[in-house]
Ligand binder design. Sequence first.
Ligand code: NAD
Ligand code: IPM
Ligand code: MN
Length: 344
Amino acid sequence: MTHKIALIPGDGIGTAVVDAAMQVADKAAPGLLVPTRFDWSCDTYLKTGRMMPEDGIETLRGFDAIFLGAVGWPAKVPDAVSLHGLLLPIRKAFVQYANIRPHRLLPGVQGPLRKEGFDILCIRENTEGEYSGAGGRVHQGTANEVAVETAIFTRAGVERILRFGFEQAMRRSKRLASVTKSNAQKYSMVFWDEVTDQLAAEYLEVQVSHYHVDAIAARMVMAPETLDVIVASNLFGDILTDLGAAIQGGLGFAASANIDPTRANPSMFEPVHGSAPDIAHLGIANPIAAIWSLCMMLDHLNESAIAARIMRALEATTAQGFGTVPGRDKTETITAAILGALED
Ligand code: NAD
Ligand code: IPM
Ligand code: MN
């Protein structure tokens, strides 16, 4: 069976890492993925005034999955315009409410903590909360200016992401860390804690820990091996997963899956990192995060054997040292090593 994939390389290093991932997919399983490329990016915005066409979401609906590189080039288009014109509407329109981000060290990678043995799965709420987009500004530019950004947490939204976290915990170590800031945020985060406790009564086997986001950030650095599944709101999950990326060796290693668990809509797979304008012209983007995201996509498409084969090739490549020293290896060198490892 083949799978129709919408490819959105986007901006900056997005193109290079998507190309690398597609070379790997072609080599591992020729013809399995049937990609259609959409050149939706900040350059598209400059030409057309839109990040994607008006019917972009309807176009994507016909695909089995979406594979995205990175969106944003702040020197050309303000981030709030480019991200709200492409990435964020896709997550929302396709109800990709679970953003799954694994953090562990690949063989041969020495993270900044100089410690091994952590394996964290961060589950980030991906459609509401602090990213709801509700708010506004009044008296703009005056001394009386006020800006309001309202975080919206619905029972349906909070319950489904927490339930997803509990289900993941059941499949792993049966430990769940629920993240809030309920000592300061007395409505939304107290509500989140209550829903966590309600679900805990259904999942009696799961050992639940409540952490404040500041405390768990410190714990991720000091004792990451004590954590397993983490479930957090949209913004807290965003911040904690760049921290997770850092402890696993850098943003070049952090993969993600934006999932609609109901499977009513296409899910989207993308590295955690952005377009990296500082290195985009150097040819040194690490493609591993994107290739790991490809493995997550293949798993989602029930191609687990191929996903596992690519993951083994990735691990064999990092074990040989390719991609493990930031900035040393070219994207094409790392990709060639992975293609070579697929032959073994
Ligand atoms: P970034 O993730 O692009 O870069 C942060 C740092 O990590 C930079 O020093 C960069 O060189 C490095 N880096 C990132 N990916 C790397 C890789 N694969 N290999 C080696 N080094 C890598 O974050 P930023 O600089 O804050 O954002 C740049 C643009 O990307 C902005 O427009 C931002 O909004 C956007 N962004 C998009 C996404 C996305 O599309 N999912 C994610 C994050 C940021
Ligand atoms: C991510 C990114 C996005 C987010 C930005 C670019 C809007 O940082 O995917 O982690 O905050 O979700
Ligand atoms: Mn982020």
